[in-house]
Design a binder for this molecule. Sequence first.
Ligand SMILES: [Zn+2]
Length: 446
Amino acid sequence: MGYLSRNNRRPPEYAGKGGHISIINEEAVNQFIQRCILPSVNEPVDMKPSNLIDIEPLDNNPIEIIIAIDGGYGETVVKKEFPSSTLTFFNFGALMFKVADLENLKVQPFIDPGDIAKLKRIQRFHFVLPTRNISLEGDTLTNSVRKAFFDFFTKSHDGERPLMDALRWLIFQQYDAGQPAPAWRLASCPSCEAKNITITAAMGEQFPCEHCGETIYFTDIFRFHEVVSDEVGAGGIIGYTIALLEQMLIVHLIKTILEIRPELLKRILFIKDGPLAFFGQTANLHQPMRRLIKFLSRQDKNAGNIYIVGIEKSGAFVDHANEIRDKLRPGQALIIDNEYIYKYIIPGKADPNKPYGSSTYYGNKVIFRTREDKLYVLTLPTPEMTGNPALNDFPGFFIILDNVARLKCDMYDDALIPVALVNKLVSLSQHPSITLLEQYAKGKIG
Ligand SMILES: [Zn+2]
């Protein structure tokens, strides 16, 4: 249970959750714990030599732009009297940085406001979700949630194309003109609960259910109607929603770049807070996302490559990384496979047929100790699902890791400059600028 001693690395809201001392005296708890096996690294950790990779700084860094995606949310009570009503505000966006600007920043201990101005913002989105005892136009909470997603995805924000375009582009593989658009299978109709409803590209953004005739929105593929309760609320989907929105923004940006200037894509590194995965009801979206990664990683394509990295700041993998920190040399990365995960990190037994993350991730994890002794738990995209990843399964492995190492941030423990800055910038005045990326593409390369 070593991770409890690392409270000082955690956000304050998690730090003070004590109370375990008294519980541990309960006889029933004691008996239960004696039957439990807790993951431990007290024994020597067996690292596959082929999964230990030395990361050398690149002589020529192909990455010119970093795009950091971030998001946050807050719930607000709009009616205090019982039963109270709540809305949740989501705020997410992308920040664009030129690598050259970031490298100049790095030598300063503090970031100058003037330098912040150099860091280019792309856009911020605001999304409001009814989460408890609130009705949109007199409908049930479940339908209000569905409608909120549909409205948000079909509206243009600050002159950008609606996220619906990106979503359909992803699901129906419109990026690959050579392939017929696949159909999507919706698990259940939100109104009559009929199972396995086939959705094709031709059916549009909304269409009547073939069983009950009620409207199905394309955004119902997020399946939130399955877990929102009109009585209990929509609190259960909030965490999944932010990860969904952030990744839809990545898809939107990839699509935009491919339309404006495809060759720009291989000069960009996308950084996402958290793992490259979709959770809960939205988990199925990892499949089309992996297909997109696979398509973009094909060497015969003009786009050539896609560089995305997810960075975890807390959780079992981060705890484990800290425990084995000294077992990695500075400048060394460890690819972690299924067997390793279930031996040292996650309790349970490895199942080769169902590797860790096989129903949620579109990448695999790497622990990276940089030459400057920063430690990161990363997800790098892998075009094929595998529980036994090797170096060759990660397109752009060295490019991504070298750039992660370059972006070290001295102000924050194991934080990257863009990710740390994102939080600062969120509070600055909003510049609803459109397509700075487009301007960059046109000005720099046009
Ligand atoms: Zn129906």
